[in-house]
Ligand binder design. Structure first.
Ligand code: IVH
Length: 751
């Protein structure tokens, strides 16, 4: 199993993405648990005390930075040396979602506008919301059957949480039985600690020489995650109900009335909840709550807005982790001043050179910050992407006093500089024009804000970053193979290219040079790793595509591509055929720029379209057809399509990708659900009356259909409302089945 590697400096928690951190935290927790077991249960320590301490310290650091990711049975929560028995897992019958964020009034206006667009409401149609304080605690789901509390689970990863039933039963605000409840009722809300209770707890803890908590939220989490419910019982936890999961019958027609019912069942609901009819009302309530923030008696970090009508909530549905019908309007970021001690360059997976500020550690909103992002070259120099001055044009120099800000879980940023406090002799920062890792030129493409290392796979930083990405959770998700391990194997030269991961066992499975023989490993941990790698050969197509780490190719686009092409061969063929057109597209970009310049010089209008079309003509027709297919996939634009073609077209990359694919057993995506439209390509055209375009598209996709914007020979079904026009005519011409809106709705009814 993994252990602390003092030779490879750990990524600072501030620089990590939640995914990376979660994966490392899981490994660290497992390593500590394993060490505990070896020490206590087997009486045969596997690692020395210093290594043990450094594992625990690193875990605690990550937990401080990512409190959301703390698991209840974390070894850092254990008092004394007894090994964790851990909490059982509970799968949520309905996912526990988190919330999207709004940071300013414009974001809130856009939230309202997007809901109106989705539901097809005009700007002056009535649309009510609830607005309630966003409690800063941890969310909990309580399941009642026949009115009796049967279990309580934390959010966990949203799909599976930890069983904390025994602890939840000790919380006064959580009723054991409720009268008149639906047969099945899951109540969701926030466990938190009040300010006075927090202060009293901390002074008791300090007196007893026990752990003092950094803030009420950590105290609430630490108290709920006690393995001994007697300890939880002694902690003053409270609970606000604000949502629900599975219910055997609807609670009410609106959010407002549902909250009233929860209150009638005996739950606390937030008294500062308001029902608002307009965006202006929402903002007024937000400001009122912000003004009262210090007197509320508990921490809040914003205000949550929810569409009041529950039938509309249902129509709006959710994206992968957040509902469309709710948003959290966060309070402004917290700030602090400190000294900039160094500027370092991080080379990313796609070669981007990102400047990072090293700081004299400072507490910002309860978290110690020692690194912050500096965005890019221009930001350091004191100008924005268009060259206009920011911070009054002041650049950032090593030694400067700088203002740091962070909002919620957002990576800390350097916001301002105090030039009057600049030390004498501070030099302007010279941004490197070569990659600090491999020395390759790092030019900045026209119109881009970042410099990129051109070393590709010869750059060790890019190589390692890509390997880490490949095995990360949302990609191949290979347990036990995290950042640290990838770095180690890469350093040893055991894993250089992606495919090497799958040859690790064959090459380093035994003997003197073997994983088991490495410091911090052993037979069992090596065996576990190899088993995880073997298991990792079987992969959904979308994960493989995402794991390739192609620029602009996120999880959603990867699954769009996977659903469209279904298998590797069709994808590779499609992309290879489209490649000349992708090159023509690049050429068209250049031709367009030239035409614009020429037109400006000659004082005439630029004929951009003509010039672009002419450039595209240079690609053979089959390339143009394959290109049209690729960019025609909903969610895939020309930028992403060219990035995919570029990545697959570069010789060295292609060799590496082909070798990886040869090691894998790639699974075609399943049709989302057996539905009458699964797998069909559907085009909506004309005006729809019973749903909006966005809604029609989301529903069709949820039923496994592909939604395309244009009618072609590949279209299976056209749903045409009044005024279908050219697309309707084209469908008729191609003999494609056409339905009206009612026909479509009855086709998918009950699906
Ligand atoms: S509603 C589907 N309402 O904020 C909507 N969440 O950042 C689920 N939270 O995970 C959440 N106060 O732990 C909702 N009044 C409130 C809330 C609230 C606090 C927490 C909750 C959620 C997190 C998202």
């Amino acid at each position: 199993m993994s252990k602390a590697h003092p030779d490879t400096p750990a990524t600072a928690p501030e620089d990590m993405q939640p995914d990376e951190a979660a994966a490392e935290m899981e490994r660290l927790a497992a390593a500590v648990a394993r060490a505990n077991e070896a020490y206590h249960a087997e009486d045969a320590p596997e690692i020395d005390d210093a290594a043990y301490d450094s594992l625990k310290r690193r875990l605690a650091d990550l937990e401080a930075r990512f409190p959301d990711l703390i698991v209840l049975d974390s070894p850092t929560a254990q008092v004394g040396a007894a090994p964790a028995e851990g909490f059982a897992k509970i799968a949520h019958s309905q996912r526990m979602l988190s919330l999207g964020n709004a940071f300013d009034d414009a974001d809130v206006a856009e939230f309202d506008a997007s809901i109106r667009r989705y539901l097809g409401l005009a700007a002056d149609d009535a649309l009510a919301y609830t607005a309630e304080p966003k409690i800063d605690g941890l969310s909990l789901s309580l399941r009642y059957e026949g009115g009796a509390l049967v279990h309580a689970a934390t959010r966990g990863n949203g799909a599976v949480g930890e069983d904390v039933t025994r602890n939840a039963r000790t919380i006064g605000d959580i009723p054991e039985r409720i009268e008149g409840a639906p047969a099945v009722l899951e109540v969701r809300g926030e466990v938190y600690m009040s300010h006075p209770d927090f202060a009293a707890l901390n002074s008791r803890q300090a007196e007893a020489g026990a752990k003092v908590f950094a803030n009420p939220r950590n105290a609430a989490a630490g108290s709920l995650r006690q393995l001994d419910p007697a300890i939880t019982a002694a902690r003053p936890l409270r609970f606000f109900a604000y949502a629900w999961g599975e219910v055997s019958e609807p609670l009410a027609p609106t959010q407002w009335e549902a909250l009233e019912r929860l209150r009638a069942f005996g739950f606390q609901t937030n008294g500062r909840t308001a029902r608002c009819g307009t965006v202006a009302d929402l903002l007024a309530h937000y400001r009122a709550i912000a003004a009262e923030r210090a007197e509320l008696g508990h921490d809040i970090d914003g205000v949550v807005y929810k569409v009041d009508r529950l039938d509309w909530q249902a129509r709006l549905g959710a994206r992968s982790t957040t509902p469309r019908w709710a948003i959290a309007h966060k309070f402004p970021a917290e700030t602090a001043w400190t000294r900039l001690t160094a500027i370092e360059i991080n080379v990313g997976r796609t070669g981007s050179l990102s400047p990072i500020a090293r700081l004299e550690p400072v507490t910002v909103g309860g978290v110690v910050v020692s690194n912050a992002t500096l965005h890019n070259e221009d930001y350091v120099a004191g100008r924005d992407a268009s060259g206009a001055p920011i911070r009054g044009g002041a650049d950032l120099r090593v030694g400067d006093r700088v203002e740091i800000y962070r909002a919620g879980d957002v990576i800390p940023k350097v916001r301002d500089v105090d030039v009057t406090a600049r030390p004498e002799g501070a030099e302007p920062y010279r941004f490197p024009d070569r990659c600090p890792e491999c020395g390759s030129p790092a030019p900045r493409a026209p119109g881009e804000s970042v410099r990129r290392c051109t070393g590709g796979l010869i750059c060790p930083a890019q190589r390692v970053a890509r390997l880490k990405h490949l095995v990360s959770r949302p990609a191949l998700d290979i347990e036990g193979l995290g950042d640290k391990e990838v770095e180690r194997f890469h350093e040893l030269g055991w894993v250089a290219a992606p495919a090497d991961i799958f040859r690790l066992e064959e090459r380093y499975g035994s003997g003197l040079q073997s994983v088991a023989a490495l410091e911090g490993w052993g037979e069992t941990s090596a065996r576990n790793l190899f088993a995880a790698i073997r298991e990792g050969r079987r992969q959904p197509f979308a994960r493989v595509l995402f794991g390739l780490g192609i620029r602009h190719l996120g999880e959603v686009a990867a699954s769009d591509l996977a659903r469209h092409y279904r298998d590797w061969e069709s994808f590779a063929r499609g992309v290879d055929t489209a490649a000349p057109a992708a090159r023509a597209w690049h050429a068209a970009d250049e031709a367009e720029r030239a035409e614009r310049a020429a037109a400006a010089a000659e004082g005439r209008r630029a004929s951009v379209k003509k010039v672009r079309d002419a450039a595209m003509e240079s690609a053979p027709p089959e390339a143009r057809a394959a290109w049209a297919e690729l960019v025609g996939i909903d969610g895939i634009g020309a930028t992403l399509a060219t990035a995919v073609c570029d990545a697959m077209g570069a010789e060295a990359e292609r060799v590496a990708i082909a070798a990886l694919v040869a090691e894998l057993d790639i699974q075609a995506p399943e049709a989302v659900r057996a539905s009458p439209v699964a797998g069909l390509t559907v085009v909506f055209t004309g005006s729809l009356e019973r749903m909006t375009r966005a809604e029609a598209k989301a529903r069709a996709e949820a039923l496994g259909a592909k939604v395309s914007g244009s009618v072609s020979a590949k279209t299976d079904l056209v749903v045409a409302g009044p005024g279908a026009g050219a697309k309707g005519a084209k469908a008729a011409e191609l003999g494609i089945e056409t339905l009206d809106e009612d026909g479509w709705l009855s086709l998918i009814e009950g699906a």
